[in-house]
Design a protein around this ligand. Structure first.
Ligand code: NAP
Length: 508
């Protein structure tokens, strides 16, 4: 039998979370249908599919945490739960006709740039293909991180991560150890506390927690948002505008955050009466340095008699005994790790090999860097969504994703207009200049000066994750590709195009 010809597509998108689905919608809207979305799991949703832990919800209001091109007048709450966000993404998939492009169970195992063919060779769990352009939308919150705890393999009970919740395991009546006090853990704690016999929370660093202004969205509001779309847009605009005004306190004037610290402390005082516990729960760093958490139920749950707070990290496991960094010992039947994700060391980076034969992980060993959050030097026609320095501390990541989709759309348009078989490779000097400017601005931010360690910072202490500006500014700087920042690659022996280096202006 003749060997089947390998599939070639114009664009391969990796991941089908908000980023990957948004890219797919944008490609179709641009008239590009020759693309696939490679998804390692069996359904869409990304982090909103994988994080199904009890209590999981988004702490950015749903009317802002959704695509501008796919408004949903039916959001049930201000801060909708995971199941509603996941259902929304399934609906987006159907509404925009994305199903034919999806390739499930197609985990990307390797991506290699071919300098002769000027395309990407892609190995997936369900076969190989090639693509002119790759859009990596794997997201920073996709690969769970487990701390390296000696003796964990000796633990006889159940162990799982917040993003890989085992719904077949019944926590009722069990002694559960919760490790971590990030955004995931503080939602899990109040959700499981009433069920378990004993809950021991290992807190390495106390988070700042503010009240959560959540409420049901009334039938009247939903009706109004359906019948008068301008009300929906106004609601979104207001939510966006308030957050834009907050940005300078995080990025330029962290001292202004003192008032918010006062509010958070009184929130803590109201719920926790025991002075020793309150002291253990009081952060010693500036609010905003780590992600500010929102909850009305976390502190009250900690005050319940079946909860113990261990104000130290988990250091070691000896059989069923968990040993904390302060030497205290706890017996447990199950350990739940709410210990976050591989953010600054994304596993996908180890699988991408660029023009020099080195992987993105090797190129990023001293810190992630990509032009306008998207293009790393030496990785032509490869765009990362939610790439380096595109994260937000206080607003909706969907705004950043949509800005990056504008950039992706213009990138593809430039390739079209330049014509022929070509590729765009970010110039190292342009990446360095972009990174230098960002890092200079970073020096004043609360993330760098607030006196904490967080996942915003990499192993070298550099902030390669957060965007030190407003979402409006990011949108502006990603509106168009500046061809001067790229080198145009042509197949070996091809003549240099007359238009190389000049922006192609075309009607959108
Ligand atoms: P995270 O913010 O990275 O928190 C990880 C937690 O694990 C930290 O408290 C960390 O302590 C702790 N930890 C690590 N090793 C430990 C050890 N050996 N012993 C004890 N504690 C240990 O992870 P996450 O909570 O999964 O959240 C990640 C991100 O996902 C969030 O920042 C947010 O962007 C997103 N998220 C959003 C929502 C939402 O919208 N509501 C919900 C969940 C997640 P240290 O602080 O000392 O490092």
């Amino acid at each position: 039998m003749a060997e089947r010809e390998q599939q070639h597509v114009r664009v391969a998108v990796i991941g089908s979370g908000f980023g990957g689905l948004g890219a797919a919608v944008r490609l179709r809207r641009q008239g590009i249908t020759d693309f696939v979305v490679l998804e390692r799991a069996g359904s869409v949703g990304g982090t909103w599919r994988d994080n199904s832990y009890p209590g999981c919800a988004c702490d950015v209001p749903s009317h802002l945490y959704s695509f501008s091109f796919a408004p949903n007048p039916e959001w049930p709450r201000n801060f909708s739960g995971q199941e509603h966000i996941r259902a929304y993404l399934e609906r987006v998939t159907d509404t925009f006709g994305l199903r034919p492009h999806l390739r499930f169970n197609a985990e990307v195992r390797g991506l290699r740039w071919s300098s002769s063919a000027l395309h990407w060779e892609i190995e997936t769990a369900s076969g190989a293909l090639t693509a002119d352009v790759v859009v990596s939308a794997t997201g920073p919150l996709s690969d769970p991180k487990l701390p390296d705890v000696p003796g964990l393999d000796t633990f006889p009970g159940k162990v799982f991560h917040s993003a890989r919740w085992d719904h077949d395991y019944d926590l009722r009546g069990k002694r559960v150890a919760m490790i971590g006090t990030g955004a995931s853990a503080i939602q899990i704690v109040p959700a499981i506390q009433p069920e378990v016999s004993r809950l021991t929370l290992f807190q390495r660093t106390p988070p700042w927690v503010l009240p959560r202004a959540d409420r049901r969205i009334s039938a009247a509001e939903k009706w109004l948002h359906t019948k008068v779309p301008a009300t929906r847009a106004a609601r979104r605009g207001l939510l966006w505008g308030i957050r834009e005004l907050q940005v300078s306190a995080f990025t330029k004037r962290p001292n202004e955050l003192g008032l918010i610290e006062f509010l958070a402390k009184s929130h803590l005082r109201k719920a926790i009466k025991d002075p020793a516990m309150r002291a253990a729960l009081t952060p010693d760093y500036r609010i905003g340095c780590k992600r500010i958490l929102l909850s009305n139920t976390y502190y009250p749950a900690l005050a319940r008699p079946n909860v113990d707070l261990v104000p130290a990290g988990l250091k070691e496991v000896r059989g069923a005994t968990l040993v904390a960094a302060d030497g205290s010992e706890t017996e447990a039947d199950a350990i739940v790790f709410g210990t976050g994700f591989h953010v600054t060391d994304m596993p996908i980076a180890q699988r991408v090999t660029g023009v020099n034969g080195t992987t993105l992980a090797e190129e990023w060993k001293d810190g992630m860097a990509a032009l306008r959050g998207a293009s790393a030097a030496g990785f032509p026609n490869f765009l990362t969504l939610i790439g380096p320095n595109t994260g937000l501390g206080n607003s909706s990541m969907i705004l950043m994703i949509e800005a990056q989709l504008n950039y992706m759309a213009d990138f593809l348009r430039q390739l079209d207009v330049l014509g022929g078989k070509i590729a765009l490779n970010a110039r190292q000097s342009a990446v360095d200049e972009w990174t230098r400017k960002i890092q200079r601005r970073m020096e004043r931010t609360v993330w760098n000066t607030g006196g904490c360690d967080s996942w915003y910072l990499d192993a070298n202490g550099r902030n390669t994750t957060a965007w030190p500006g407003t979402t409006a500014e990011f949108r502006k700087v990603t509106r168009q590709v500046d061809l001067a920042e790229y080198e145009v690659l042509r197949p070996p022996g091809a003549a240099v195009g007359a238009s190389d280096g000049a922006r192609a202006e075309v009607a959108v």
